[in-house]
Design a protein. Sequence first.
Length: 176
Amino acid sequence: MHNLLETIMRIVNTVVEEEPLPLNIIEASHFWTYYIAVMDSIAFEEAGLNISDDTELKQLLKESESLCLKQAHHIEQIMRENGIKLPRVSEPKPFTDSKYIPEGVKLTGEELSNGLAIKFASMASFGATAATMSIRADVRKMWMGFLVEVLTFDIKLKSTMRKREWLNMPPAYKPA
């Protein structure tokens, strides 16, 4: 899998534009929408870090938050450079000790990990769509890099979810 992604990135890196075109409306829309999704994921991760006492899950939430922050800052920089207004997003969540949150209010490890998995599935899907619809090579390359990062984390997340029996598995397909 890793070699395949490296091969794709090598191909993407060979395309060089003489002079980058201005962002088009579709590329700008993709930045705006993905930024909202990543910032929403960060809010979820911050809340999860406040809720969970599970060391392994907290490590995944921290890794996810770090990845999302990196991508958000990159997109934010591009949006500012191109005059794209930043959308409203969730405010950062303050740190709290999970012992002050009643048990019935806390999400379980299964709920937190599946919520994170859904967010990363949508980020991967949206990033792939944005990459294929991008006209500018540098923008396409950025989306491909984001996709590799998201998929790499998702593999680790799903592995942990399977090990911990948190993964919601659909039923096996049995043709009639």
